[in-house]
Design a protein around this ligand. Structure first.
Ligand code: CP
Ligand code: NVA
Length: 313
């Protein structure tokens, strides 16, 4: 095991803020290797006999299936623990749940609302805890995004990424991930839907160390101009359904459509974590168009997470 791989073993993945650019690149290298092995039908039994507990307090297609299939392909198994079914949903504390699960499983993945709940789980668990999305961050998604960008662009450093839309969990994790690996990132949001300023500050600090740029603005055309990568996400995230009317109005000028993408580089790629809402944050011609890499991006959830699991567990 290489020294940087050793440094990652046994850790939690709560936010990309806790990982250096070098460590993120190690995860991506392992992901690329594991993906190649998978494509050549080579076995990767790195987690034989190990179990991942997966707690879901929100819906999921990609995260659930990719973690479950990923564990299986690594020789282990995964348990789907919906909070409708486990005692956590009936008031058992996070701390008690963490301690009990630590006696059964080798790692815990949790998708929930508050970032502090994931932190609390990690504080009380004696096994690695992986953040499968909170209202604040979505680190596993952004590792898959970086893998996808690297595959399509051949590099990460020196690229310009424009994120258009809500200053949400995807925006925050992109800010952290891009600033760490040397991608210049510009985020354009409506004034009332800016990213969290602490997340922005963390990204700016990382950018200063890694020679990348972080910018926040409200003009989608300015953000997209000259970009290599365009990213958007839903206007109303899980838990914000009741705000969708007012959000639709505020976000209308931020739709990624053929007019907006005409300002990007001619060979731009389009990413979206999915699920997408065609006709809202993105038009069908863009998400289903020639520049879209969303299906590779979704598949890369599997490969990126297998690397995370193999390294952490
Ligand atoms: N992108 C993503 O996390 O998708 P799911 O909500 O389907 O897991
Ligand atoms: N921002 C979205 C991402 C879904 C994968 C949400 O939190 O609902």
């Amino acid at each position: 095991m290489l020294p940087l791989q050793k440094k990652i073993k046994g850790r939690d993945l709560l936010t990309l803020a806790d990982y250096s650019g070098e460590e993120i690149n190690v995860i991506l290298d392992i992901a690329a290797e594991i993906k190649q092995m998978h494509q050549k039908n080579m076995a990767t039994p790195y987690l034989s006999g190990k179990t991942l507990g997966m707690i879901f307090q929100k819906s999921s297609t990609r995260t659930r299936v990719s973690f479950e299939v990923g564990m299986y392909q690594l020789g282990g198994q995964a348990l789907f623990l919906s909070d409708q079914d486990i005692q956590l949903g009936r008031g058992e504390t996070i701390a008690d749940t963490a301690k009990v699960l630590s006696g059964f499983v080798d790692g815990i993945m949790i998708r929930t609302f508050k970032q502090s709940d994931v932190e609390e789980m990690a504080e009380h668990a004696s096994v690695p805890v992986i953040n499968g999305l909170t209202d604040l961050t979505h680190p596993c998604q952004i590792l898959a995004d970086l893998l996808t960008i690297r595959e399509h662009k051949g590099r990460l450093t020196g690229l310009k990424l424009a994120y258009i839309g809500d200053g949400n969990n995807i925006a925050h994790s992109l800010l952290l991930g891009c600033s760490k690996v040397g991608i210049d990132i510009t985020v354009a949001t409506p004034p009332l839907y800016q990213p969290d300023m602490m997340m922005l500050d963390l990204a700016k600090q990382a950018a200063a160390l890694n020679g990348s740029k972080v910018e926040l603005g409200h003009d989608p055309v300015a953000a997209v101009s000259g970009a290599d990568i365009l990213v958007t996400d839903v206007w109303a995230s899980m838990g914000q359904e009741s705000e969708s009317g007012q959000r639709t109005q505020a976000f209308a000028p931020y739709q990624v459509n053929s007019r907006l993408v005409s300002y990007a580089k001619p060979d731009y790629i389009f990413l979206h974590c999915l699920p997408a809402h065609r006709g809202e944050e993105v038009t069908a011609e863009i998400v289903d168009g020639l520049h879209s890499v969303v299906w590779d991006e979704a598949e890369n959830r599997l490969h990126a997470q297998k690397a995370i699991l193999a390294l952490l567990l």
